[in-house]
Design a protein around this ligand. Structure first.
Ligand SMILES: *Cc1c(COP(=O)(O)O)cnc(C)c1O
Length: 429
């Protein structure tokens, strides 16, 4: 795993000493290397520029959605995806331009769609027939308005870390099914709807994908759909949205292509296909690959349990409430001791949290140097789906989030207090 250190040998994040960050902001804490976020967004854009393909990079904000993150996305001129009224509200609070927001979701409520229309959200990615009806009904209130939409399709291709398959995805809660003709039916309805402006189609085939072939197969299939619709309906697509899911490295055992190389390989495949219409813009929706590698979680070591003949348990001051992924998905991570991140491992421990679940294990086999209570441990590549999935389980306040860039650190989400935990509780007496 790539890390940076300073003259003292301490781990650095965004040019800041990790021990100093722990001192200033306390632990547990989420720290983001903001330059790494910017660099990844720019790397995606550069691939499209190089191949001269019209594009949008739309950050899938469910990976990490805070006001500060939407501000960085706006500074980098990328679009964002939102999947709830709450994410939309947060983006608007950050003054993120509504025209550059795409709204996803398989069960958007009437209230959420109303909020999206009122805000002037650029694109609504329509998922099902219910939504197609609901949206047209809501638009009647503003007869002069046209809403840009994409149709989300289930292309019959799903990808997992190291493989993809051509049928698995058909049985999915998301999108219009291609195989059975539902997608075509939806296109007909959308094209006939006077207030809907159908820009094109969307598919998202999975997450933490290492295998470019799945994306290439999906892209080829979606292009054939667009060609068929062109012939059948005279439809000229402006957008082909290929979703996100580009895999990242969590441990030295992971060896994904750099995310931008992924996109380059997909574009190469697309450019081999002759089209009866102008090249539609290619949109991508990376979440994990933009914020995952940029994020670090800092913890302090507390108790330790040694049982003869068994692997020791080293407990830290956070756990499944701030990072549910190991418990939820058996996700693997890498931990280092912030003071000596390059020191050789002395022992392999269970790095566990403080929550009341035996499954609250952050890293089941963590090679670490000797640790003492109070030592700061950094878990690497935790920037995606960590804070955004955090909970108050066991009534633990959620940690602070800090942005570090050019040696400067700024608090962007304050640590919750005990008072925050009861702020919505009402007395029954
Ligand atoms: C979750 C999601 C993404 C982002 O996936 P990552 O694996 O974080 O890149 C993109 N598009 C859609 C529709 C999603 O649901």
């Amino acid at each position: 795993m790539d890390i940076t250190t300073n003259a003292a040998g301490h781990l650095t994040i965004g040019g800041c000493d990790a021990l100093a960050l722990a001192q200033e902001f306390d632990t547990p804490a989420y720290i983001y290397d903001v330059a790494a976020i910017r660099q990844q967004i720019r790397a995606f854009a550069a691939v499209f520029e190089q191949r001269q393909v019209p594009y949008e990079v739309s950050y899938a904000s469910k990976a990490f959605a805070t006001v500060a993150m939407y501000q960085v996305a706006a500074q980098e001129h990328c679009h964002v995806d939102v999947v709830s009224g709450g994410e939309l509200y947060t983006a608007l609070k950050a003054n993120f331009p509504a025209a550059n927001i795409s709204f996803h979701g398989n069960n958007k409520s009437e209230a959420e769609l109303k909020a999206a229309l009122a805000a002037g959200v650029g694109t609504i990615i329509v998922d099902n027939f219910y939504e197609l009806d609901l949206l047209q009904g809501l638009l009647k209130a503003t007869p002069e308005k046209q809403q840009n939409i994409l149709l989300r399709l289930t292309p019959g291709i799903s990808a997992h870390t190291h493989a993809y398959d051509q049928t698995g995805q058909t049985d999915s809660k998301f999108g219009f099914d291609l195989e059975s003709g539902q997608a075509e039916q939806a296109a007909k309805l959308a094209l006939a709807a006077p207030q809907l402006n159908l820009l094109g189609i969307h598919a998202h085939i999975g997450s933490q994908i290492f295998e470019v072939a799945g994306f290439q197969a999906a892209a080829t299939k979606l292009l054939s759909v667009l060609k068929a619709w062109h012939q059948e309906f005279g439809f000229t697509p402006q957008v082909l949205n290929l979703g996100g899911g580009f895999g990242i490295r969590y441990t030295d055992g992971d060896d994904p292509l750099p995310a931008a190389d992924f996109v380059d390989a997909i574009l190469a495949t697309l450019q081999e296909t002759a089209l009866p219409f102008a090249q539609p813009a290619i949109w991508i929706e990376p979440g994990r690959s933009i914020v995952g590698p940029a994020g670090y979680q800092l913890y302090r070591v507390g108790s330790r349990k040694d049982v003869p003949g068994l692997r020791p348990y080293v407990a830290v001051d956070g756990g499944m409430g701030d990072n549910i992924r190991p418990a939820l998905y058996q996700a693997h991570y890498t931990a280092v001791k912030a003071a000596t991140p390059q020191a050789p491992a002395l022992e392999t421990v269970h790095l566990v949290g403080k929550y009341c679940e035996s499954g609250d294990i952050l890293i089941d086999e963590a090679p670490l140097p000797a640790t003492q209570p109070g030592d700061v441990i950094a878990v690497l590549a935790t920037g995606a789906y960590g804070y955004s999935m955090a909970s108050n389980y066991n009534r633990n306040p959620r940690p602070a989030v800090v942005f570090a860039e050019n040696g400067q650190a700024k608090l962007v989400v304050r640590r919750e207090t005990d008072a925050d935990l009861v702020q919505n509780d009402l007395s029954y007496l």
